[in-house]
Design a binder for this molecule. Structure first.
Ligand SMILES: Nc1nc2c(c(=O)[nH]1)N[C@H]1C(S)=C(S)[C@@H](COP(=O)(O)O)O[C@H]1N2
Ligand SMILES: [Mo]
Length: 543
């Protein structure tokens, strides 16, 4: 017996060896069809039940902290597309190997397809917010994967229908000669490629259609935006003065457009929660347990506040800081109504995708802190990426200990009783925002013309406010920069200053001091565990 059997000599036609290219395609198409249909079905039933995204979420949840930190700081907001692409490559390689392992018998490859399917199902089942309906998508994906694999395996192994079935028995060879071998080949390739191609198109169509399935969030947001336009605010944010930034010199604009607002979260797929579906369960050490609907929230007095948010992961000079006008309910007032029992030192919040954090109760209950449950951002409903329909905000605390997006649960408890997501991963339990400054102009390693060189940037110290920014060139004496009009203590403030500089390499450094007289710390530390410190230094050239 030979290892390679030609179609003519194979005793058992379905043991024919599949050409390697078809074997690779067999594996990839089976798994691709499974993922495409899994995504489509998830889109119809429950978006968070997509097996592919659930596996991604699981990868994030179990990634060691240094890896996630590396991903966040290296790729920023692109970390998620990069993770998903990486996963797609790994899965494609595994699928190709599965195909190659099944060039004769379907068994080995089929096993791999089933294992992948079960992994996707497990990721959904053990995900943060499992509901039985979430099983539909991964189970459909598994079945589609198995069926596609078996179907394509047959197609690949039986390129042509058996000769006997094709050629009429009693036709004389002289009249109609049997197809030559090369012709048979052509027919085989044709049929096989057509069927493989059809499966590829179906898988892509299913995957593509899942993207088109609007989640209804756009409509739900429009309704909330219109509602917000009609409400009477009990507290409005004063208009931002025209000279509140040095955007013409390269600082950010005072208010950050929603599309430009920095985004940090662990959600691979933005939770698809509508205002109608939303409710917030407030329980634990409270006066009376309360379940708030969106209407309940909107019927409370609504306030508008201009707040600068900062991420603890922001490195010196980093971009993870933005400012917006937020509309929502005053959180202190709400908690005073509900009642907080003595000893409840932690407000533990959970998002609809299972992320958690703990915020110090005493900070939220400070009369001037301005903590809120926000529903609006810069004149619109919260964008889905920023927590639609409701998120929490506490000026002066880094986002990871205060700013729960897609918030659905609030438990008044103690710090001893529950540990939030990032605290479990080595970050500080409490994290007030550190006074910081940043140089926006000149950009690092920029070349500026000799003479008067204008430097400009931002500084923040929520929720005290920036009182002073000092700047020095090449280690020289500190000079006071000109500051923009202060908007409020919860927001950043921009600065500018001119230097007369000769040609050569220069280094500009800044340090901010808040209105309570606390100066930005000189010692450089990493973001972990409670935020980066140190004076920024920007090197540039003058010619
Ligand atoms: N549900 C949820 N909320 C979250 C997070 C998250 O991962 N999940 N990340 C927090 C962190 S670390 C920050 S800095 C802020 C960022 O809010 P933004 O994306 O709206 O700028 O959200 C916070 N709220
Ligand atoms: Mo953050």
């Amino acid at each position: 017996m030979t290892l390679t059997s030609s179609p003519d000599t194979a005793a058992v036609p379905d043991r024919a060896r599949i050409p390697w290219l078809y074997a690779v395609a067999l594996g990839i198409l089976s798994v691709g069809a499974a993922l495409g249909f899994g995504n489509l079905v998830a889109g119809v039933f429950l978006p968070s039940s997509s097996p592919f995204l659930a596996v991604g979420d699981t990868v994030i949840r179990f990634s060691p902290e240094p890896l996630t930190e590396f991903a966040k700081t290296t790729f920023g907001t692109a970390d998620k597309p990069i993770l998903l692409s990486g996963m797609a490559v790994v899965i494609a390689v595994v699928a190709a190997v599965a195909g190659l392992a099944s060039r004769r018998r379907p068994g080995p490859g089929l096993t791999v397809v089933v294992v992948l399917g079960l992994a996707g199902t497990a990721a959904v089942v053990f995900g943060p917010a499992f509901r039985p309906v979430a099983l539909v998508a991964p189970v459909v994906a598994l079945l589609v994967g198995v069926a596609t694999f078996l179907f394509l395996h047959r197609v690949a192994q039986r390129p042509t229908p058996p000769a006997a079935a094709r050629a009429p028995r009693n036709v004389t060879p002289a009249v109609e000669s049997p197809p030559s071998r090369s012709m048979k080949r052509g027919v085989a390739l044709g049929r096989r490629s057509v069927l493989f191609g059809a499966v590829a198109v179906a898988a892509l169509a299913a995957g593509g259609a899942s993207l088109l399935l609007g989640s209804g969030i756009a409509d739900a947001r429009r309704v909330v935006t219109e509602r917000l336009a009609r409400v009477r605010l009990v507290e409005t944010a004063p208009p931002i003065p025209a000279n509140a930034d040095f955007a013409a010199l390269g600082t950010p604009t005072f208010l950050t457009r929603n599309a430009d607002f920095y985004r940090i979260d662990t959600a691979l797929q933005v939770p698809q929660l509508t205002a109608d579906d939303w409710s917030l369960n407030i329980h634990g050490m409270v006066g009376r347990e309360t379940a708030l609907t969106f209407d309940d929230l909107m019927s409370r007095p609504l306030v508008e506040r201009t707040i600068t948010m900062t991420c603890v992961s922001n490195p010196i000079g980093g971009e993870l800081v933005s400012t917006a006008n937020f509309v929502g309910v005053d959180l202190r007032d709400l908690l005073l109504d509900i009642g907080v029992r003595p000893g409840a030192d932690q407000i533990f919040t959970t998002s609809s995708d299972g992320w958690t954090t703990g915020t110090p109760t005493d900070v939220v209950m400070e009369p001037d802190r301005g903590a809120m449950l926000a529903v609006g951002m810069n004149g619109e409903a919260l964008p889905p990426e920023h927590g639609f329909p409701v998120r929490m905000l506490v000026p002066g605390l880094y986002g990871y200990v205060s700013a729960c997006k897609w918030i659905v649960d609030m438990e008044l408890t103690t710090f001893g009783a529950r540990r939030g997501y990032w605290y479990q991963r080595g970050w500080a339990q409490k994290a007030p925002i550190k006074t910081q400054s940043r140089v926006d102009r000149p950009a690092g390693f920029a070349t500026m013309p000799a003479g008067t060189v204008t430097c400009a940037g931002i500084a923040w110290s929520q929720s005290t406010g920036v009182g002073r920014v000092e700047v020095r060139m090449d280690g020289g004496p500190w000079r006071d920069a000109t500051l923009t009009t202060a908007v409020n203590g919860r927001t950043w403030r921009m600065w500018r200053i001119d230097f007369e500089l000769a040609a050569g390499s220069h280094t500009v450094q800044t340090r901010a001091t808040d209105l309570a007289g606390r100066t930005q710390v000189e010692t450089r530390t990493d973001p972990i565990p409670d935020g980066a410190s140190g004076w920024p230094a920007t090197i540039f050239n003058v010619t």
